[in-house]
Design a protein around this ligand. Structure first.
Ligand code: PEP
Ligand code: MG
Length: 570
């Protein structure tokens, strides 16, 4: 049997299944007697406190080699756990409706899950899984059992273990580190889900969004996780096993070879020097960027600091986060993108219904409509600039007046800092994301007015092709190779050359090594991507001939149909 999902961490794992339980699916539902309300509430409060304590202990005792994302994810989970949306609302359900604690908790969890699911931004939408995972931990403690995970098969066989789950929480990830596991396969998740983030940072193959794998396999089944193709083979034939063992060895050899490229130049065969930057969501990821040879941070998605909490991060808290990344990069540039939050999600977690969220009050539109919030963020970014070169990147720009208003907001943030005697770097570059087709078409005034441009292909594709990037039903039409998309990218790159401004691509296209030659052929000299993708892309660059690619791509662009990237290899 072959199951199809989304490969989120490359590599191949062959091993025996360990099914991880999903506590939320198995809880009892009953009403309690009025006189038991207080003791039921106490039971919940104790479980919440015990979960907090468990997570605190886990964070305090993180092994030195634990992926750095885990510490941050545990912080998010602890914050969620103390959020009144979880505790107060659940207590009210016990009080008002006399639900037992487990029922109240799953009911509230479902409500929050629906609110997150309605969010437009893929990253924020996937934070709904944090709520579910936190709730599952509390349910496990309510049920009196120590863990939702069984590793009974560990001692039965010498084969490696592969975890199959509905979803995997960071807390379970920590437990799994000690066990002999080789891969992950989950029903839920997407490319920015925790399973994906952590699996990538551990270098463990993973396939998510498999639908019903948890129901389809049993403990002890042999499976192959193909993280490259996003498939899982259940009880494969001997021929398939042999083939995958070969692929596995090739992959291991290839990674070892790639690491040798860390300190070599990203330069094409004909001498074109390429800048390779990293995308990060957490300040700690700067270390990972350096380990993979990044020469700067091309995109720091600052919205992570604002999510999963009831209040806004203070100027101090933001300053600490930005300056941590800047210091870690030791003098290399750090591009901090101002808050990119969507119209359907308010910061306190309450969903509002926008007519069309993707076209609503999001990103820079939202920040300009909330000047206090924007000023706080800008002051924090400016203050971080004393620790190293900082660049400010504006998301979702569609009008020149937004650039002018942002410059004015930066100027008044400087004045506020002057008044308090706080310092900042004199010159900070200002750039815009090119992700709205309008500015990619009429790019000249933006190329003239700004210091740099960064093409956000994820949104540029969505808006150019009128395809919701998060809607599975139209995902086959989400085509990075559509000639219209490529022409918009080319137009932006060419304007950068004419105006002497740097242009990078920081959307997913930049980290896809199959598209490296195409982007080089479009004239791109700056790429920004997840740190784990940097060396793959660097290898492609070092084997490519930039001038020859430019000629080929220029010819292909004039044709009406999509460009075939494989044609650029011969
Ligand atoms: C993009 O749109 O390509 C981008 C990099 O921004 P995000 O994915 O955060 O919207
Ligand atoms: Mg975007």
């Amino acid at each position: 049997m072959c199951l199809y999902g989304q490969g989120v961490s490359r590599g191949y794992a062959i091993g025996r299944v360990v099914v991880m339980g999903a506590a939320a699916l198995e809880v009892a539902h009953y009403r309690i007697a009025p006189e038991s309300v207080q003791s039921e509430k106490n039971r919940l409060i104790q479980a919440l406190q015990a979960t907090q304590q468990e997570m605190q202990e886990m964070a305090d005792n993180l092994p030195d080699d634990a992926p750095r994302e885990l510490a941050a994810l545990l912080t998010v989970h602890r914050m969620l756990l103390s959020d009144p949306l979880i505790s107060d609302e659940t207590l009210s359900l016990i009080e008002d409706k006399h639900y037992n604690a487990e029922w109240a908790l799953t009911t509230q969890g479902q409500l929050l899950g629906e609110q997150f699911a309605a969010m437009d931004d893929e990253y924020l939408r996937e934070r709904g899984s944090d709520v579910r995972q936190v709730i599952e931990r509390v349910l496990v403690l309510l049920s009196g059992s120590k863990t939702a995970l069984r590793l009974d098969h560990e001692s039965d066989s010498d084969e490696l273990l592969i975890v199959v789950a509905h979803d995997i929480s960071p807390a379970d990830m920590i437990r799994l580190r000690g066990a002999r596991f080789a891969g992950f396969a989950t029903d839920l998740g997407g490319s920015t889900s925790h399973t994906a983030i952590v699996a990538r940072s551990m270098g463990v193959p993973a396939v998510v969004a498999l639908g019903h794998i948890r129901a389809l396999v049993r403990d002890g089944d042999r499976i192959i996780v193909d993280g490259a193709n996003g498939t899982v083979l259940v009880n494969p034939s001997e021929v398939a096993l042999q083939e995958y063992r070969r692929l596995q060895q090739d992959f291991i050899d290839e990674r070892a070879e790639l690491l040798l490229l860390k300190d070599v130049e990203a330069e094409t065969l004909d001498g074109m020097k390429i800048t390779l930057h990293a995308n990060i969501e957490l300040p700690d990821e700067a270390e990972l960027a350096l380990e993979n040879g990044a020469s700067g941070i091309g995109l720091f998605r600052s919205e992570f600091l604002f999510m999963g909490r009831a209040d806004l991060p203070s100027e101090e808290e933001q300053y600490l986060a930005y300056s941590t990344a800047v210091k870690a990069m030791k003098g290399l540039p750090v591009t901090i993108r101002t808050l990119d939050i969507g119209a359907d999600k308010t910061l306190d977690g309450e969903a509002t219904v926008a007519t069309n969220p993707a076209l609503g009050l999001r990103a820079i539109r939202f920040c300009l409509a909330n000047p206090e919030l924007f000023a706080t963020q800008l002051r924090a970014i400016l203050r971080a600039s004393v620790h190293g070169p900082v660049r400010i990147l504006i998301p979702m720009v569609s009008h020149m007046h937004e650039v002018i208003a942002t410059r004015a907001a930066i100027a008044s943030a400087r004045q506020e800092l002057d008044a308090k005697g706080q310092s900042y770097a004199e010159h900070i570059e200002l750039g815009a994301m090119v992700e709205v087709p309008a500015i990619a078409i009429a790019i000249e005034p933006f190329a003239a007015a700004l210091d740099f441009l960064s093409i956000g292909t994820n949104d540029l594709i969505q808006y150019t092709l009128a395809i919701d990037r998060a809607d599975n039903e139209v995902s086959t039409l989400y085509d990075p190779l559509h000639p219209a998309v490529l022409r918009l990218i080319a137009n932006t790159i060419n304007a950068g050359v004419r105006f002497g401004k740097s242009v990078s691509v920081c959307g997913e296209m930049a980290g896809d090594a199959h598209l490296t030659r195409l982007l080089l052929g479009l004239g791109l000299t700056e790429f920004s991507m997840h740190p784990q993708q940097l060396l793959d892309v660097k290898r492609e660059i070092r084997n490519a001939h930039s001038n020859a690619l430019r000629n080929k791509v220029a010819q292909a662009l004039n044709r009406a149909h999509a460009v075939d990237p494989s044609s650029l290899y011969h």
